[in-house]
Every structure is written in C-alpha cells, then in structure tokens.
Design a protein around this ligand. Structure first.
Ligand SMILES: [Zn+2]
Length: 75
C-alpha cells in the first residue's frame, strides 16, 4: 500500500510541496521543497545528479554560458 506514496514523491519534481528531511547530515537544508532545484547553490551542489526532466528545466533557465568558475555556497 505504501508504494504509491514513493511514486508520488518521484513525480512531484516541480510542485509546491514541502517536507522535513531527517537525514541528519550537517549539510542538510532541513526542509525539502519541490523548487529546491531552482536554487543556484543546489544546482551547483548536485550538478550531474538531477533527473533528466529537472536538468532540462535547469538548462532552460540557465544562460547558454554556464558558470564554471567553481563558486560554492557551502556554509
Ligand atoms: Zn536531509
């Protein structure tokens, strides 16, 4: 019965959802939203690991010349 919930997470890639993450990592943002992929620091952090449909939207938002100067937003 819980399988549909997992599938639902996978599909809510660009929806205004919000959930609390409890992975416990120091780098964790704590709150995960459906629009996290829009944040530049998230894009830099997970570059190459986005789902293809997310990556395509990032490409559409990005300028043709991608910033490759290694800027990071680590805290
Ligand atoms: Zn987390």
């Amino acid at each position: 019965m819980g399988e549909e919930l997992t599938a639902d997470y996978a599909m809510t890639d660009d929806e205004p959802y919000e959930m609390t993450c409890r992975c416990g990592r120091s780098s964790c943002r704590g709150t995960i939203t459906g629009f996290d992929w829009r944040k530049p620091e998230i894009q830099a952090k997970y570059a190459g690991y986005f789902s293809w449909f997310i990556q395509r939207r990032i490409d559409q938002l990005s300028k043709p010349a991608l910033p490759r100067n290694g800027r990071r937003a680590d805290r």
